[in-house]
Design a protein around this ligand. Structure first.
Ligand SMILES: CSC[C@H]1O[C@H](OP(=O)(O)O)[C@H](O)[C@@H]1O
Length: 362
């Protein structure tokens, strides 16, 4: 995506051969680019959310394997890298998908061929993600265009949760791709950006993206969405996903389920932007089977931002020693999902719906 005239992806291999990322912990206040040069650095970057978002986590892990193959291409190193990177975050299926992809590709190869093949595959995974998200945008654009037509060309108000933007992927984003495509098609689109506690990916990242892309938006507290829907101010919701089951149950950032309940209660279409690597074909019951990451309590008891001295830091918002729970995701049952916007088109949130678009998986 273009930032001040420069085109960025959220991860790339630089001309000097190093892998660069945008360290998202410092956005929106500072755009910090860092190199990841060891398996440990890649693991830290995923675990501590320097990069986040299911597709980007997968792409980062793929490059993490490639960097490790330079250091040590042995079978043991390949196995240990799978383990070290896989244990960083348990919920986004793209992490396991990418690690399995790399392992399947590399293990049959001679050691001396592994690093080159790994970097080539990691680059392909990035390019595939960009194309997948572009197609999601095209399919999602038609949904927004139809709503605009029903409103006589009036403004289409979209609510989104967390950041499923280009910062959560390699480019375009998933939930934001239809929004960007609609804006570029000249449709009057407005976005309600859920701040998304506790890590505020909406306030810090989606608002930053909307600003830079010139998309009209309002930042809202997470608890305002139901009220806006009740008052007819939301035409549709589009969110991302970290893992969607073959039956269409959608695991996404904590709070998504509540938005889906409010959407159903108010007759607001609730769409999920779903790149196919995010489908876990092995899971049937999302609510009971998808592992939900529990993150540190201090993400709840503190909030990060720019301090009075201009530095970026954390402010405690609750009494010392306040205990907290911090489940990072929840699961929205398929029955609450209007449609799954995939790179192959819009599917019903059901086994039949996904099988119709992905017959090879059925
Ligand atoms: C396009 S996937 C984005 C997805 O990932 C986010 O989680 P996190 O920021 O913790 O990695 C959130 O669930 C987004 O919807």
């Amino acid at each position: 995506m273009k930032i001040d005239g420069t085109h960025y992806r959220s991860i790339w291999r630089d001309g000097d051969g190093t892998v660069k990322i945008i360290d998202q912990r410092w956005l929106p206040h500072e755009l910090r680019i860092v190199s990841l040069e060891s398996r440990t650095a890649f693991a830290d970057a995923i675990r501590d959310m320097w990069v986040r978002g299911a597709p980007l986590i997968g792409a980062t892990a793929a490059y993490g394997v490639a960097v490790q193959m330079v250091a040590d291409p042995s079978d043991d190193a390949l196995t240990e890298t799978w383990r070290v990177l896989h244990e960083t975050r348990p919920t986004a299926i793209n992490l396991r998908w990418a690690l399995d992809e790399m392992d399947r590709l590399l293990r049959p190869l001679p050691l001396e061929a592994r690093a080159g093949a790994a970097f080539a595959r990691a680059a392909e995974i990035c390019d595939e993600d960009v194309e997948t998200n572009r197609r999601i945008g095209q399919h999602g654009l038609e949904i927004i265009r139809a709503i605009a037509a029903k409103k006589g060309g009036g403004r289409v108000n979209v609510l989104t949760h967390c950041n499923a933007g280009w910062l959560a992927t390699v480019d375009w984003g998933t939930a934001t791709s239809p929004i960007y495509h609609a804006a570029e098609a000249g449709i009057d689109v407005h976005v309600f950006v859920d701040e998304t506690r506790p890590r505020n990916q909406g306030a810090q990242l989606t608002a930053w993206e909307m600003n830079h892309h010139g998309v009209s938006h309002d930042l809202i507290v997470d608890n305002a969405g139901g009220h806006l829907m009740q008052h007819g101010e939301v035409d549709l919701c589009i969110v991302g996903t970290d893992r969607t089951t073959a039956q269409g149950d959608v695991c996404n950032k904590i709070g998504t389920y509540l938005k889906a309940l409010a959407a159903q209660a108010n007759g607001v279409p609730f769409y999920v932007a779903l790149p196919s690597p995010t489908i876990d074909w092995t899971v049937t019951d999302g609510v009971r089977e998808i592992p939900i990451e529990e993150r540190a309590q201090d993400e709840v008891t503190r909030v990060q931002g720019r301090l009075p001295d201009g530095k970026i830091g954390w402010v405690q918002i609750s009494p010392d020693g306040t205990p907290a729970r911090n489940p990072a995701f929840d699961v929205t049952p398929a029955a609450l999902v209007t449609g799954l916007i995939t790179e192959r088109g819009v599917a019903q949130a059901s086994a039949a719906g996904l099988a119709a678009l992905f017959p090879e998986k059925a």
